[in-house]
Design a protein around this ligand. Sequence first.
Ligand SMILES: Nc1ncnc2c1ncn2[C@@H]1O[C@H](COP(=O)(O)OP(=O)(O)O)[C@@H](O)[C@H]1O
Ligand SMILES: [Mg+2]
Length: 257
Amino acid sequence: MSGNLTILKLGGSVITDKNADEGVALKEEISRLAKEISSYKGQMIIVHGAGSFGHPLAHRYSLVDNFDAEGLVLTHRSVKILNSIVVDALNESGVKSVGVHSMDCFTTTDGRISSSFLDPIRIMIEKGIVPVLHGDVVMDSTKGVSIVSGDQVLPYLALAFGAGRIGLGSAEDGVLDENGNPIPLITNDNFDYIKACLGGSACTDVTGGMLGKVRELLDMCHGRSMTSYIFNAKVAGNVLNFLNGEEIGTAISDSLE
Ligand SMILES: Nc1ncnc2c1ncn2[C@@H]1O[C@H](COP(=O)(O)OP(=O)(O)O)[C@@H](O)[C@H]1O
Ligand SMILES: [Mg+2]
């Protein structure tokens, strides 16, 4: 697939109330985002986080470390509900989109995606359908079950399909420095110095918060000419600006050149 493909992640912190201990969708925000996305006509994959539909359950059943059948079933059911809400809003705004569950197309080994079945996604993109994936529980060849975050799915798909534009919309104006200002560029060269400012999530997030995102994106671009952006999707207009090619938030790339 060509570099014309855009991959956008909508963070769980943007589309759900992440302080809730059960799934609460922010339906007005989701509709607003769907309208912005509908103004963009290029090839696109959307990935969304699980927010309060996933993290509290994954935490309750310790799914990062343990197999638990009931936890697996309940978490998968819950994140699929959020996925339907997002897909419905996109279709209502005119974005022809279909939910694709990470459970159905990935397996992991020790928590990392080790095999995938992406043919349906490839054909959807060719046909102008927007696949909408999400953070999910997936079957793991060593642990039985693991949690795959949207932050892991996004770089995997970006590499698999050679995406030209990659963005993570979250709840901050980018990756913030010690004074709360967005850091313009993080690379594999300056990450050791910047790491001190980075933490997990202020809310329940079993997949590493901001530090997890930056690590995933730096691994993705290592040795490659790829730039991705972490930006604030809660600010109206930002998602569309990203889709239209604007530099926004914090850029992540391999080196300072
Ligand atoms: N340096 C930092 N800059 C921005 N956010 C940070 C930083 N360090 C920790 N965080 C936390 O990481 C959160 C984003 O991660 P997360 O909650 O997992 O978002 P999402 O739901 O979009 O995946 C921020 O809202 C903030 O609480
Ligand atoms: Mg997260």
